[in-house]
Design a protein around this ligand. Structure first.
Ligand code: OAD
Length: 340
């Protein structure tokens, strides 16, 4: 919108006006929508940033196209590149950022109606945001199952496989009767000396791969965006549908605030859109300042992640993420060449 278009709901398009609006109690059904950008400070690369994004580095490799690592047909023929990435992206080694903790603060103040995240890193849970307030629209690493028979695979075994970048195979026997079995391998003898048919299908974390349906919960909770009285969008390029359409379903003149390196989607086209371009943690800190929540926010974050990690995140992440992505890309390259 042009600078001359006045805001309708907010006093003006500024963080100070946003803070006034929240403090006045007019925003108590806040919907938050996030993407990979809120986790980059934690050391997890995003997907589409030109220098530090995962896809830019995978583009040079022998993959049919970079997104193939998240494509089920490619995974069926070659699951190894995915597991090489999974080893480094697996939850447990990363800590929440101040942006995650800010969303947690909204929840603890009873202001968060729903968080919709595209991230698979489980850092929202680690930040203490209650599970029922989170929709993991693209799934997560929190559970896994066989892509053939659908049988769940144990968490501890998954962790062991991922740590070794090994592809896990379904261990369910025919007798368990899971779903549709399309092959069985007789590779273990029972105590009676008879063969037990094992499924041995490929196991995949419950991450939504391209062209696959999102969890039903995403659609069930969609109306919370339509009935929200305030929306925050953080760290996403809004380039993958249907998630990308979610901010558009927030009705006008409900204020929408974007914390992102760049302008994305339709954000910035409405009278009550506030764009805070740049690093999202910096933007969130500014909003916390304006709200008078900064001390609480910093204290909760430090208590959660510890001083060392806090210092690491504050030092800046560009070089760290660039190194991390280059390392991941070379590992995937190695695996692809071994396959050749
Ligand atoms: P993208 O990599 O597409 O977009 C991340 C956005 O965050 C970009 O606009 C960056 O400029 C911005 N960004 C990065 N670091 C930031 C920072 N510290 N502060 C502010 N902005 C920052 O990631 P997503 O939008 O999450 O799908 O991608 C959507 C989906 O595409 C992902 O869920 C993934 C991918 O294919 C699956 O994993 C299934």
């Amino acid at each position: 919108v042009s600078d001359y278009t006045p805001a309708v709901t907010l006093a003006e398009r500024s963080l100070a006006a946003v803070a006034d609006h929240i403090r006045s109690g007019k925003a108590h059904r806040i919907v938050v929508m996030t993407g990979a950008g809120i986790s980059t400070a934690a050391g997890i690369p995003d997907f589409r940033s030109s220098e530090t994004g995962l896809y830019a580095h995978l583009a040079a490799l022998n993959l049919p196209y970079p997104e193939a690592v998240f494509d089920l047909d490619f995974f069926r023929t070659n699951p190894k590149p995915f597991y090489v990435l999974a080893k480094d992206l697996y939850p447990g080694t990363f800590c929440p950022t101040i942006s995650h903790v800010f969303i947690g603060l909204l929840a603890s103040k009873g202001l968060l109606a729903q968080l919709f995240t595209q991230n698979i890193d489980c850092l929202e849970r680690a930040a203490g945001i209650p599970a029922d307030l989170i929709v993991e629209a693209h799934g997560s690493f929190a559970s896994q199952r066989c892509i053939d028979c659908g049988a769940p695979f144990p968490d501890d075994k998954m962790r062991e496989h991922v740590a070794r970048a090994e592809v896990p195979r379904c261990i369910h026997s025919q007798a368990k009767g899971y779903g549709r079995y399309n092959r069985f391998v007789c590779n273990r003898a029972s105590s009676h000396g008879r063969c037990i048919g094992l499924c041995v299908g490929l196991v995949k974390p419950d991450i939504v791969f391209f062209h696959k349906a999102l969890p039903e919960l995403f659609y069930e909770r969609w109306n919370l965006a339509e009935t929200a009285d305030f929306a925050l969008v953080l760290g996403t390029s809004l380039s993958v549908n249907p998630f990308a359409a979610l901010p558009d379903s927030v009705p006008e003149p409900v204020p929408r605030v974007l914390f992102n390196s760049e302008r994305v989607g339709s954000l910035g086209t409405r009278a009550d859109d506030v764009l805070v371009l740049g690093d999202c943690d910096t933007g969130v800190r500014k909003l916390a300042d304006a709200l008078g929540w900064r001390d609480k926010l910093e204290t909760e974050w430090r208590q959660l992640v510890g001083d060392q990690e806090a210092g690491r995140q504050l030092q800046g992440m560009t070089k760290r993420v660039r190194d991390e992505v280059a390392q991941l890309a070379s590992q995937v390259d190695q695996v692809l060449h071994l396959d050749d």
